[in-house]
Design a protein around this ligand. Structure first.
Ligand code: SF4
Ligand code: SF4
Length: 315
């Protein structure tokens, strides 16, 4: 694919976050792509799960129908009506996130917002390159996240190819649940892969994420075997009731131990992003659970001890 073709390739992006010090080495720009192959119950980016832009409603910002009726007037689907509190109600069976989203464009107060925007590779990289000076000083670069960044595979690969031509260091955060061919095409372009391993038991994985883990585990093994020079950081979001137990931690440790180039990190469960479920008219399925502060250090210690022992690093 030529540079010109890559630069014109379009995809849906729901956020570009600058000056991040997480999600890869150095100072990074994180590009969040819409679309995912899983639907984890605890997802803190629910707006990422569908591939197309989505309409969200922040009731606190709505002026109320006594002052403003713009969205009601422009919606040709009749999806917006008056709610009992004098603000609006969106009937999502009529709405279906129409192509124009005229209601959000008409809203004067950001009560209606759109998660996701179509952008070309060139448009994304123009934003990313604004931080080039920080990348060279810190060893940072661009990280593709999501959603699952490889879900929009043509766009993601064009973005990675063109960024590499511009000498930007590259990372992806992947759930691993993508066709091997896509991952194998991305791998030679990447410096770092942040690869989620959420659970070893496929039935449990399916129950909590909507998908089994067979393809994820196979992709993990193939990636670290066929691309041994790639820096892979395996990560586990620790979720109460799902994988916050020693047995799971030990099984994950045994999985990664044979590969000396693979690092490991646990990410504690948090409740950031729950408000976005309300904005999208969805239920947050985790309820009111929380994770005691001592769980992650304890489980991380178990994983590290097993990995050190298997790799012969003790003493
Ligand atoms: S997104 Fe389209 S269909 Fe849905 S409420 Fe807005 S204008 Fe109506
Ligand atoms: S256009 Fe915005 S402020 Fe006006 S009624 Fe609709 S949501 Fe409320």
């Amino acid at each position: 694919m030529s540079s010109l073709q890559d630069r014109k390739t379009t995809g849906t992006v729901f956020n570009i976050q600058k000056y991040s010090v997480h999600d890869g080495p150095g100072i990074r720009t994180i590009v969040f792509l819409n679309g995912c192959t899983l639907a984890c119950r605890w997802c803190s980016n629910p707006e990422s799960q569908k591939p197309q832009p989505q309409l969200a409603y922040n009731e606190g910002r709505c002026l109320g129908l006594s002052k403003c009726v713009r969205c009601v007037e422009v919606c040709t689907k009749g999806a917006i009506t008056e709610a009992p509190d004098g603000k609006i109600a969106i009937d999502r069976t009529f709405c279906r996130d129409c192509d124009t989203m005229d209601c959000a464009h008409a809203c004067p107060s950001k009560g209606l917002i759109i998660y996701g925007e179509t952008k070309t590779v060139e448009e994304v990289l123009r934003v990313v390159e604004q931080d080039a000076i920080f990348y060279s000083r810190s060893g940072g670069g661009m990280t593709l996240s999501g959603g699952e960044p490889l879900f929009q595979h043509d766009f993601a690969l064009a973005l990675l190819r063109e960024a590499k031509r511009r000498r930007i260091k590259l990372a992806i955060e992947t759930c691993g649940n993508v066709p091997w061919e896509t991952l194998a095409e991305a791998a030679p372009l990447l410096n770092n892969v942040l690869f989620d391993i959420k659970h070893i038991d496929s039935a449990k994985h399916k129950e909590w994420t909507g998908g089994g883990n067979e393809r994820i585990l196979e992709n993990f093994h193939r990636l670290v075997t066929e691309f041994p020079d790639l820096h892979v950081l395996c990560r586990t979001p620790v979720i109460p009731g799902f994988n916050d137990d020693e047995e799971t931690a030990k099984a994950i440790a045994e999985l990664i131990a044979p590969y000396p180039q693979v690092g490991y990190e646990m990410l504690p469960y948090h409740r950031l992003g729950t408000q976005k479920y309300t904005f999208l008219g969805r239920d947050y399925l985790m309820g009111e659970v929380s994770l005691p502060q001592d769980v992650v250090p304890r489980l991380q210690g178990i994983v590290e001890a097993i990995v050190r022992e298997r790799r012969g690093l003790n003493g």
